[in-house]
Design a protein around this ligand. Structure first.
Ligand code: PLP
Length: 478
């Protein structure tokens, strides 16, 4: 055997672990971020999104990499890096932000996120999350009860609604499909029913499970984009006749494009009658469960087998942070059963070893923010946030209805509203706004036509911002 010699590694890294460097860079950053927040909230920038074509931005960042000379000792990145990242980013805290469905984070959560980044407890097993694992179990149990899922309910936190829906459908497969797919692979192609307006994450999960495009049975919707109850039975029979084993039905709460909620009560009874798993994709709208005023469209969600709810959409938590809830907490273990001698001592249900229930092995300490808010405010903070955001969409709908040249797709029940200017090229309007601002909104295509789309994510958006948005779009049209 070769003799071991003592390694001699240079100490370049050691400058970056000093407490002084940590304290100094943190102090500077707090000031810089607070200024950024103030400027954004005060609408001091010309545009929410500093628009430049993607290629020019790529060229810019590439050119920076050409000058990658050493920086001052103790500093991990160049002095102006954060300044440029801030300058070139989409400013969600600007009240004129009404674009995609991403939370405008409650600013103080940035510090909790920083703290957990420093701790970096990996969460896969109890020893790597001695604080955050029991915090997760405790808060998820309470939230599951609050959502009315019943005494045996619980859940896990994971990185995003897309992953949550895949995980839920993996559990559904173990509980409902014939054979043991986890162990032996699928015996025959399975299928999942969902409305044709569902987020692509359902279709993607189905394809990942190996059931191809045909594995997603897209059920017809009504004019308002709600799943058509009459089409459900038809679609089920058709899929079964084609040899598919239908295992689950997914309800939208709500749809991404228009914020439409499926009738979950009806879906729950359909699922029960046909022995299907009911998963609710509540990535966006399940958050309305916290609001007395806005929870009605979720009636029936409490009967679901699983529910995905993003904390990083309407609930002000920085991305990614999703709750996946199971009415029967044990179902969570069905999704994965993995022997891993280096992690687990057995294959039993152990709430404290979270990776027995999550796709991720290492995951961020997601529970700390959720626990912190729930402990300090119960459902009240989230209720007021949800109410304000839905109110913004309803205020916009009212403002649109007051202007004769505008058309509303549907009265909003969430914070999403779709509308268009009659006789105008609405895709061009959106593009003009993208390029010239100051507002940031998005668009969608409904029944082959382009509609403008706002998701009101920022509670600081005032009525006057909404009127100014419509004025600006009219100005472009002229
Ligand atoms: C209904 C719905 N499901 C799933 C997702 C995906 O969630 P995430 O971005 O957290 O993966 C979205 C995102 O907009 C959504 O609206």
């Amino acid at each position: 055997m070769k003799a071991c010699s003592k390694p001699n590694v240079p100490h370049h890294w050691s400058n970056f672990y000093t407490v002084d460097a940590f304290r100094t860079s943190g102090g500077e950053m707090v000031e810089q971020l607070a200024d950024f927040l103030a400027e954004s909230q005060d609408k001091l920038h010309d545009c929410v999104l500093p628009f430049t074509p993607p290629d020019s931005r790529l060229a810019h960042w590439k050119s920076r990499l050409k000058n990658n000379a050493a920086v001052e000792s103790g500093r991990l990145w160049k002095e102006n890096l954060l300044e440029e990242v801030l300058a070139q980013s989409n400013r969600l805290h600007d009240p004129r932000y009404a674009g995609h469905q991403v939370a405008v984070p409650l600013p103080q959560l940035a510090w909790l996120q920083a703290a957990t980044a420093l701790l970096n407890n990996g969460m896969a097993i109890d020893e790597m999350g001695p604080a955050s694992s029991p915090m997760e179990e405790a808060v998820m149990q309470e939230l599951a009860q609050f959502m009315g899922l019943g005494p045996g309910a619980s859940g896990i936190l994971c990185h995003g609604g897309t992953l949550a829906s895949l995980t839920a459908l993996l559990a559904a497969r173990q509980r409902k499909a014939s054979g043991n797919s986890w162990k032996d692979g699928s015996m025959r192609p399975c299928a999942v029913m969902v409305s044709e307006q569902a987020h692509y994450c359902v279709d993607r999960a189905v394809r990942v499970m190996g059931w191809g495009a045909a594995g997603t049975v897209k059920v017809r919707t009504l004019g308002n984009h709600q799943i058509d109850p009459e089409a459900l039975q038809e679609s089920l029979e058709e899929a079964t006749a084609q040899g598919m084993e239908v295992i689950a039905v997914v309800g939208n709460a709500c749809t991404t494009s228009t914020g439409t909620f499926d009738d979950l009560e009806m879906l729950a009874s359909f699922a029960q009658q046909n022995d299907l798993w009911l998963h609710v994709d509540g990535a966006h709208g399940a958050a309305q469960v916290f609001s007395e005023r806005n929870k009605a469209p979720l009636k029936g969600m409490e009967m679901a087998d699983s529910v995905a709810m993003d904390f990083h959409k309407m609930l002000g938590v920085p991305a990614l942070c999703t709750g996946l809830f199971y009415r029967n907490g044990s179902d969570a273990y069905a999704a994965f059963s993995q022997e891993a001698a280096y992690l687990y001592e057995n294959e039993q249900e152990e709430w404290w070893n979270l990776s027995k229930r999550t796709f991720e092995c290492t995951k961020r300490m997601l529970s700390v923010a959720v626990f912190g808010i729930w402990e300090a405010h119960g459902h009240k903070l989230w209720e007021s946030l949800v109410d304000r955001l839905v109110d913004r969409a309803q205020t916009a709908a009212y403002a649109i209805a007051q202007r004769s040249s505008w058309q509303l797709f549907a009265q909003p029940y969430s914070n999403i509203v779709c509308f268009r200017l009659n006789g105008a090229d609405n895709a061009a309007l959106r593009h003009a706004m993208l390029e010239h601002g100051p507002h940031y909104i998005v668009k969608t295509v409904l029944n082959g036509e382009t509609w403008l789309r706002c998701t009101f994510q920022n509670p600081l958006t005032e009525d006057s911002d909404i009127e100014a948005l419509l004025d600006r779009l009219e100005e472009f049209a002229e």
